[in-house]
Design a protein around this ligand. Sequence first.
Ligand SMILES: [Zn+2]
Length: 451
Amino acid sequence: MKQYKQNELKKLCAEQSPGELLDSLCGSTIAKEKIAVESVYIDEGVSDAVGILANDYFGNSTRYAVVMDHNTRKTIGEKVLRQFPRAMDVELAPWSKWKQVTPHDHFVRLVTMLSKQCDVIVSVGSGTINDICKYASFNANKPYISFATAASVNGYSSTIAALIMNGLKSTLPAHAPKMILADTHVLANSPSIMSRSGYADLLSKSVSTADWKLAEIVRDTPFSESPSFIVNNAIDACTESVEGIVENDPEALKLLMQSLVLSGFAMTIAGSSAPASGGEHLISHYWDMQAYSEGKHPALHGLQVALGSLITSRLYELVRNTDPKEFRHSYKSINHKQQVHGDLWPSIRSEASKQMLNKVQTTERIIKIKNNWEPMWEEISPYLDDFATVKKRLEDANVPTDFKHYNLNWSDVHKSIKYSHDIRNRYSILHLASNLGLMDDLSNDVMKIFK
Ligand SMILES: [Zn+2]
């Protein structure tokens, strides 16, 4: 089994292309973290070989369940299913008032039950189906294979699943697939907006890693350089190929998919989603919760994250430019929060309560940050891109950068800036602006980017 220490990993990441790096890292152990994904096949024609590759690994007598929805059945699911003659055919149908399959616990329960009746789950889909299969197979202690139908998210290879559990959008510990398969022909036939969304999800690293570093400084939580080594070159290569990504060129999508898988590995070795999911993801998750609670479908994950990244990169600049003399107490009571979050409050209460600070604790935090103000920014800035850079990269990828494209209104967005930190007790620029009593003013200033 391959084992890499941090300095070996750094060298490897500098020398190898994203494709070579994937081959090197599959099944390896980095520091103490194991990459459980044994193999990744991203190429044209992979969809013809799903059965052979799966049986080579799991054996001919394996009982599979192939999980898809109506859309992925039509595009490729039927073809995948035919390669498993004895497989359980599972087509998830939209539930309750929704028109598409949603990441709700309803589907997790269903697929967990089915997982118990087979040996291996084969997920045929993108973010939502993958996360349902990932978490359900983890619950049932069965391995799973992810056949990715779009280069739209970095969650295929990670060990966490983003799901709506009891109304709360949560990132839950789970396991990674044993095998990831993607046919570049299938990726190129998915809607271009999905690939652009995947690219935007990847780009959030320029703010999420800064949040992760910030958390280390303010709360002494662990931070590591290693996840950045893994994805930095891959993200740069995608940025160079952005025209190809926008045009759904198969070679560019191969690179994007490789980079998304590497981003999942980066989360695995961090032991959390922190390197790829900070305040920008909280904003996106908050919009998801809001949309689902109103019976609507949210916009694509990566697109929402793109808006979130714009918001938090601007917020970083505004906080950075604030004179520490302006830091103040801004106490928001539990009753106030309950009122703000409305119907979402029962799902949010627990995470929001964990991060409430009393007057003394707030003073201590403000003093700690004030005393460390300049050194703190020196430590964070290498991980942070400025707002103009983030915006340019998104515009180059033809990603809409105005909330009006996402069925959101001014007050939805403003509220998410001020209050989405309540949904997760993991430190980000949203938490910092709140702790320093700056959020009421700065959230208004951030909104000016949309005018
Ligand atoms: Zn994401």
